[in-house]
Every structure is written in C-alpha cells, then in structure tokens.
Design a protein around this ligand. Structure first.
Ligand code: AGP
Length: 617
C-alpha cells in the first residue's frame, strides 16, 4: 500500500528517487521520505504530506547527494501520518536504514523483546521494529547485512517489500518480498540498479527487470550484480530478467489535467487493445490461449466463482450477467475479503476467476490461495503484467489497458468487461449455447464499441453542465437494471471516492423496497434507461421518482423520446447489444463524477484515505 524506490549506481540518486516517488504516489500519499548516502554520512529527510512537500523539505535538508539511496511514499497502517512515522526508518545505531511496504503483524511482541534488550523507538511503526530487529541480529550473530535481513525476516509474520542498506557499506542494498510487489531494474553492464514497487520509476533508464517472488530476497552489489535467495532455506534462485513493455508516455498525463481524465479518454484504444489479436471477426473466432489450453476445466465446471474487490467486483457482476446469459454457466460473484474468511464450499470442479487491475490486492490474492488449496482451477484477469495475482493463477488473460494511475478505476473496468465478454462468448461457442449468427453479431458489435465510446465521450460539455447543477448535492442515487445494475453500483462508487458525496447504487426495481423513501426534490437520481434493458420497466421506475419530485438524470439510447419527456436531463449513448451496453453507459457516469470532483476542488487522482492497490487486509 506504499511505494518504495531505491537506486544504486553512478548517477545522483536524489532526482531518480524523487521522480520515482512521484510516479508511485498513487500507491499512498500521506507522507514521504528519502535516505541517501552522500559519500560521508547518511542523510534522511521525511515529512507528512505529498512527495512535493518532501521535495521542498529535502532540498533544504539534504544539500550533498550520493549514488545510493532509498525513498518511500506512505499509506499509513501503523501510526498516524506524521514526520516521525514516515519512512525511511533508521536503526538505533544510526547505521542501517529501511523502507517498507506492508505490515509486520507480530511487531508488538518483537518490539517488547527489543525494548527489553535496550532498544528504543521514536515512531509507532512496525517498520522501525523491523530495522532494529535486523540490527540486533547483525550485531549479536556477527553476520553480514544480507544474512541479518534473512534471519530477521524468518521471525516476522506479515507482508513486506523492503529495501535496506548500511551506511558503512553503501555499495550494497538488500531487498526482500512477501506479499507486496518488488521489481529490480538492471542497468546496462549491471553498473546501476533500480528498486521499485513497480517499474514506472525506472523505465526511462532500463527495460530489463527482475521481479522478486514471494519469500525471496536479493543482495544487490554495485558492479557485482544481484544474488537472489529463498528467505526460508537460503537456496539460490535463478533470476529471470524480464523485458518491460511499457514506455514513459504511457505513464504521463499527456496534456490532460488529471490521469483520471486521460484514462477515461483512453478507453476506446484500451478496449481495442484488449480484443486485438483475440477477436478475429473475419474468421468468426475468439482466440485466447488461457481459455483454449484449459477449455475442459471451463466446460466441466459446476460453476464459476468470481472474486474481486471494488470496481473489479463490479466488473465481475457484469460478467455474471454475461456468462449466465450467453454461456449458461452458473456464476457466483464474491467480495474477495468475505470469501476468504467465510469457509466457502469449493470443489475441484469449480473455476475461480479472480479480477484485479493491479494484480496485487491482498484479499483477492488470499482468495486465490484458498481456492487453490481446495483444488479449484484459478483464472486471473489482471492488467498489470507479471503481478502477484497473474503469477499465482493457473492461467489467465491480461486486459492490456496500459498503466492506470488515477486511483479511481476507469479503463480497468471497461477492459475487464471486454475480456470477460470475450471469454463468455468463447465458452458459449464451445458449449453451443449461442447460435453462429448471434456469435458473429456480438463480434461485430464488440468491434464497434471503441467508436461508440468515442461518441459517448462527446457528451462531455453537457455532462459538465449537469455536474455544475448537482455538484452541491449531499446524496445521489444511481439506478440500473440487468446488465446495467452493476454500472449503477460503479457510478455511485466513482462519485463517492473522488467527490466524497454520498451515493448509492441500486437495482431500479428494488428502489420501492426502501430507497424510495429518500426521494424528494433534493435527491438527484441517475437512471440508466437504455432501450434494450427492460426499458419499459425502467420508465415506470422513473415515473415513480418523478411523482416524488426527485431530479432525474437519464442515461439513454440515442434518439430516446420517452425518458426525455420525463427526465430533467438526458445523456445519450449509442445503441448496442444489451450485453455490451455497460461499456457505454459507464462513460457518462465516469465523466459526471470526474467533473463534480474537479468543481468541488477535490484531488481527483489521489482521493483522501485511498490508495491505488490495497496490498493490506
Ligand atoms: C475503484 O475506483 C478503486 N480503485 C478500487 O475499488 C479498486 O477497484 C479495488 O481496490 C480493487 O483493485 P484491483 O482491481 O487492483 O484489485
């Protein structure tokens, strides 16, 4: 839930770390810090607040730089966000320094033990306990830093991605991983190394990276390379150097005011990238290696269980409608956080689809491990290539959305739905639950979606006006039916997380069982009322709202007449097959929440209390 960056090489480490932290700020942004060895001594600067605050503070505090350093951007787990609790943390002797992403669950008992041996602590963090444990082991056992880290980590319960160095031996950095991601970028001729939670801080320097697996650690030595070992049994691991596919442009704002807006506008291309090479319309086939290789598992499955969190869970709900409708396979959609703890019945005949943009969400990862332990086949749908969930799954399909930096998921959602639709269609074809002409029709319509999303994006000015009218609302209700019920949930989540306006998503027909009591002239109600989705029934629901004086914003099909007569505002989206309509109806809802949040002066890309990937429970 935090971002870590490190550098060891021949360049000035300071700007590399500060710029790297800016790119990782989506992972956590309540405090930040940096530690450098300047050739003589250890220099540490840290502060509550954003990386920009750190930059200002550290420019004054660190006047001499060096070629080794580590930095951290934090999302607090232990200890409130303040200067002292910020990372890096230095050991009692002042020699060792650490950055940490994760949680040390048994930190309290370790702290008591260290306290009894004379150690003192400045912060309330678990991380300060860990660095002092490493120091204690190093001193009492008389071992090198790498060994001390290994011994200490074998006493730790929890999750971590750490980077540690010793100011007396600054040509070496030790890193380790369990549960939180850690990538090592390798410079040409192994003369420099980069450490980061993801590859974005170093992609302009190198495209070669090693991703540590869980329970692995690496000792990185200047000019001598990397040695990766298993933390538990000390065995050496062969390193696999991966060539990165992302480039710098993909992670910059490209002229947009916010990443979220950029990512909303990237959706036509992202959706196209998702089906490119998989949807072969002329041949009337869908080709996905992960499905073809495991077709029997899917066809023999008793049911599909989808696990995910947040927006990815909403994509899973859309998938439930699509899979059941097209492929006639029973689907259950579960919050990963509930599933993992509720003793679910899982058999070898279950297929579990785990959906995750980041591929690092702790609850989803734990749900996968549980399902695997019961013999289920696990299929991952992730965006981040090489992420923990992608690696933990038996097979999977990437969404190919490109990096999503804005904390509010947008293109991740639509590309997840695209991949899941492709899978449902492929299975439907294999099972014979879809006719050849219907199948061709879906392929054709899916290929037309990027153009239709472009069309939907053209309502931006209209949506801005609507946002201006309702930006001061205290509550909003989002209604949808069928395939568009999950879109209503997603619309409400988008508004909540970036504008902090309370919003509820509901199945439109369920409104009369309670939420209708909320409706009065102050309640804006966003109703998804596209032509093919139980249109007449939704029109009746709109009438119920109107007669209670609610303000109606209808998301309608181009050319709609009926809802236009009833609603206060309508936003049109192009017509499409009902199963594909969520890919279009979600666009105005993303823009509406974006504009409201901007008008309210909120930090759209980094909303309060949130982080992009939730790698803790
Ligand atoms: C949605 O806008 C949020 N960013 C959040 O709900 C997110 O979808 C959730 O945390 C799951 O993340 P994942 O897709 O990376 O697993």
């Amino acid at each position: 839930m935090c971002g870590i960056v490190g550098y060891l090489g021949t360049r000035d480490a300071y700007p590399i770390i500060i710029e790297g932290l800016k790119r990782l700020e989506y992972r956590g942004y309540d405090s930040a810090g940096i530690a450098l060895f300047d050739g003589t001594d250890l220099k540490v600067s840290k502060t509550k607040g954003k990386v920009a605050d750190l930059e200002k503070k550290s420019e004054a505090e660190i006047t001499t730089h060096g070629c080794v350093g580590i930095g951290h951007t934090r999302w607090a787990t232990h200890g409130v966000p303040n200067d002292v609790n910020s990372h890096p943390h230095v050991s009692n002797s002042g020699e060792l320094v650490i950055i940490h992403n994760g949680i040390i669950e048994n930190y309290d008992s370790l702290k008591q033990e260290l306290t009894s041996r004379g150690y003192t602590f400045k912060s309330d963090t678990d991380t300060e306990v860990l660095i002092n444990l490493i120091e204690y082991v190093k001193k009492t056992e008389g071992v090198k830093l790498g060994k001390a880290v290994q011994i200490a980590l074998n006493q730790v319960i929890g999750a971590y991605a750490i980077a540690v160095f010793d100011k007396n031996k600054p040509e070496e950095v030790v890193v380790a991983k369990l549960g939180s991601p850690l990538a090592i970028g390798i410079g040409k001729d192994e003369d420099e190394f980069f450490i980061a939670s993801d590859a974005s801080p170093f992609i302009e320097y190198t495209k070669n990276a090693v991703y540590l697996e869980d329970e692995e650690m690496a000792v990185i030595r200047f000019h001598k390379g990397i040695k990766v070992r298993k933390i538990k049994d000390d065995s050496l691991v062969d390193t696999y150097v991966q060539e990165l596919q992302i480039n710098l442009e993909q992670i910059e704002k490209g002229g947009y005011e916010h990443f979220m807006l950029k990512e909303i506008h990237e959706q036509p291309k992202a959706i196209q990238d998702t089906y490119r090479g998989r949807l072969l319309r002329n041949e009337a086939i869908i080709k996905m290696a992960g499905i073809e290789d495991n077709m029997k598992k899917f066809l023999n499955a008793n049911r599909i269980i989808v696990v995910a969190c947040g927006t990815s869970w909403h994509a899973g709900l859309v998938a439930e409608y699509i899979f059941e409708d097209l492929a006639r396979i029973p689907v259950e959609v579960e919050y990963a956080s509930e599933f993992r703890y509720r003793n679910p019945v899982i058999t070898e005949n279950d297929v579990l689809i785990a959906i995750s943009q980041s591929g690092e969400t702790a609850d989803t990862l734990a749900a996968i491990k549980l399902a695997k332990s019961k013999g289920a086949f696990v299929f991952g749908v992730c965006n981040v290539v090489g992420s923990s969930i992608a690696r933990e799954s038996h097979a999977g399909a990437y969404t190919h959305a490109g990096p999503e930096i804005g904390v509010a998921s947008t293109k991740a959602f639509t590309t997840q739905i695209t991949v899941l639709t492709l899978i449902a269609l492929r299975l439907a074809r294999a099972k014979g639950t879809i006719s050849s002409s219907d199948f061709r029709q879906h392929l054709l319509e899916l290929e037309m979606i990027p153009g239709k999303v472009e069309q939907a994006l053209k309502s931006d000015d209209l949506i801005k006006n609507i946002a201006n009218i309702y930006k001061d609302a205290k509550n909003m209700l989002y209604l949808g039916r069928g395939f568009n019920f999950p879109v209503a949930l997603e619309g409400a989540l988008k508004l909540k997380e970036i504008s902090y306006i309370h919003a509820e998503g509901y199945p439109a027909a369920e409104m009369k069982h309670g939420p209708i009591a909320l409706i009065d002239e102050n309640m804006p109600v966003i109703v998804i009322a596209t032509k093919k989705g139980h249109y007449e029934k939704v029109v009746s629901n709109i009438q119920e709202i109107k007669s209670r004086k609610g303000k109606i914003i209808g998301i309608v099909t181009e050319g709609d007449v009926q809802v236009r007569q009833l609603a206060d505002h309508v936003i049109e989206v192009p017509e499409s097959l009902e199963a594909l309509s969520p890919l279009l109806t979600t666009i105005p809802l993303q823009l509406l929440s974006y504009h409201i949040a901007v008008m309210l002066g909120k930090n759209v890309d980094q909303p309060r209390n949130l982080a992009k990937s939730v790698t803790v429970e």
